[in-house]
Write a protein that binds this ligand. Structure first.
Ligand SMILES: *Cc1c(COP(=O)(O)O)cnc(C)c1O
Length: 216
């Protein structure tokens, strides 16, 4: 399937769920092909790579930073980033707030929760989440819109389903009072389970653009 055909297939299948096309490591020609098929939301996991692609590509693209955030690089995306998914510590909120204020804007973000069994994946635990949520008024130029999480990398649908259900229950707990809109969960391998559990944004990369080659 071509990139354009994949975009059409996923957009038709997902309906109201937002497709974030994860284009990390891929050349701008591939992003342009997705763009020409109507895709406007793209996800990258390295700030400088995203900034370089933002320079080259049409300016109506909504750029999602889905990777782990190095705070010293936030300045490179502060003027244009649409949504920062991976906020997993206060230091990131502090720096996002500072850089957003410099640009006279508010930056939208999601708090990343640690829901997987692997301890290699980043994210807040429940206690840290509750603490951060009591302190949001310290970051007037940041708007927390919801939560993001990555399930364990397993083919066991029950494990994945339980992790997404847990994230959804946390989302539901705060959704009304904090006016949350966004629950980012699901990738190429587990997006169906994520959507079944109430995901609003899925982050799909390899199923659209093909396998990534990190050695290139
Ligand atoms: C790379 C990445 C994805 C996309 O992964 P695929 O398996 O290629 O769909 C989704 N979310 C995050 C956080 C990623 O880093």
């Amino acid at each position: 399937m071509s990139i354009a055909e994949s975009i059409e297939k996923y957009r038709a299948e997902l309906g109201d769920v937002q497709l974030v096309a994860v284009s990390k490591t891929k050349p701008v020609e591939d992003l342009q092909a997705a763009y020409d098929a109507g895709q406007r939301h793209f996800g990258e996991n390295k700030i400088q790579e995203m900034a370089a692609k933002h320079e080259e590509l049409p300016k109506d693209i909504c750029w999602h930073m889905i990777g782990h955030i190095q705070t010293n690089k936030i300045k490179y995306m502060a003027s244009f980033v649409h949504l920062v998914h991976g906020v997993d510590r206060k230091k990131v909120l502090v720096e996002l707030n500072k850089q957003a204020a410099k640009h006279g804007r508010t930056i939208s973000c999601l708090l990343q929760m640690h829901i997987a069994k692997e301890d290699t994946k980043f994210g807040l635990d429940e206690g840290e989440l509750r603490e951060v949520l009591t302190e949001l008024d310290q970051y007037p130029n940041v708007r927390v819109e919801g939560l993001m999480g990555m399930a364990t990398n397993t083919s066991d649908v029950e494990v994945i389903g339980a992790e997404f259900a847990h994230l959804k229950s946390l989302f539901d707990e705060f959704q009304e009072s904090l006016e949350w809109t966004t629950l980012s969960m699901g990738m190429s391998g587990d997006y169906k389970t994520a959507v079944a559990h109430g995901s609003t944004h899925v982050r799909i990369g390899s199923a659209i653009f093909g396998a990534r080659n990190y050695s290139a």
